[in-house]
Design a protein around this ligand. Structure first.
Ligand code: AP5
Ligand code: MG
Length: 209
């Protein structure tokens, strides 16, 4: 199944994607994670996007579209995928239609208060990317990943000024995609406020999987 996870920053897209990828045996493709890996590796892509991402702004469409197009050409993405954080602009959504046919778009419905609570407590493993939370899902040993032993850190764009910018950018550029996909009959709304086990139940019911 070819899925898009659409929703504001901190809605829990990445967290649910980890569970759904095991269930559906499809790759989880997070543009944000690809950019963060590139920044960590100090590759040309990473050097190009670091300042933009740290400030909570969007990477340009041309760079992002080319990256996703190339990723979706790989063998593991032919039967299905979870696109987490792409598309984020109308130009990206229109470009995606020219190289892949999506089955469903899952819209994560959550109030701003929930987003702030999740982002301000998020802790991420630098090595495997797992998302912990200072209140809802703490690592067993502070600062150390339960799964790979990597360093658990606070994302640069989870600082308060960057969170506010990301929410503004979401409202201006990404929220219009809700209507874009609703009109095409592809949109499924899920309540993203409960804990992840409960969201997964709602997701399975809504998609019949
Ligand atoms: P990206 O990495 O995609 O960030 P985002 O969309 O802002 O989303 P987040 O990763 O912040 O949130 P999430 O919904 O995945 O929530 P999570 O599961 O972590 O993008 C980063 C940047 O890259 C962008 O700002 C942009 O610059 C650039 N970029 C990426 N894609 C781009 C594109 N297409 N075009 C241009 N630029 C692009 O959960 C958050 C926290 O809450 C965690 O701590 C988690 O443990 C906790 N949590 C999650 N679910 C629950 C739950 N159900 N109950 C309790 N706690 C929960
Ligand atoms: Mg994420």
């Amino acid at each position: 199944m070819k899925l898009i996870f659409l929703g504001p920053p901190g809605a829990g897209k990445g967290t649910l994607a980890v569970r759904v990828k095991e269930l559906l045996k499809t790759p989880h493709i997070s543009t944000g994670a690809i950019f963060r890996d590139a920044i960590g590796a100090k590759s040309p892509l990473g050097l190009k996007v670091k300042a933009v991402i740290d400030a909570g702004k969007l990477v340009d469409d041309e760079t992002t579209i080319a990256l996703v197009k190339e990723r979706l050409e790989q063998a593991d993405a032919q039967e299905g995928y979870i696109l987490d954080g792409f598309p984020r602009t109308t130009a990206q959504a229109e470009a995606l239609e020219t190289f892949s046919a999506v089955d469903k778009v899952v819209n994560f419905d959550i109030p701003d208060s929930g987003v702030m609570e999740r982002l301000s407590g998020r802790r991420v493993c630098r090595k495997c990317g797992f998302n912990f939370h200072a209140v809802f899902n703490k690592p067993k040993k502070e600062g150390v990943c339960d799964f790979c032993g990597g360093e658990v850190y606070i994302r640069e764009d989870d600082k308060p000024s960057a969170i506010a910018k990301r929410l503004d950018v979401y409202r201006a550029q990404t929220q219009p995609l809700i209507d874009f996909y609703r009109k095409k009959g592809l949109l499924i709304d899920i309540d993203a406020s409960p804990l992840v086990d409960e969201i997964l139940v709602g997701f399975r019911k809504a998609l019949g999987v």
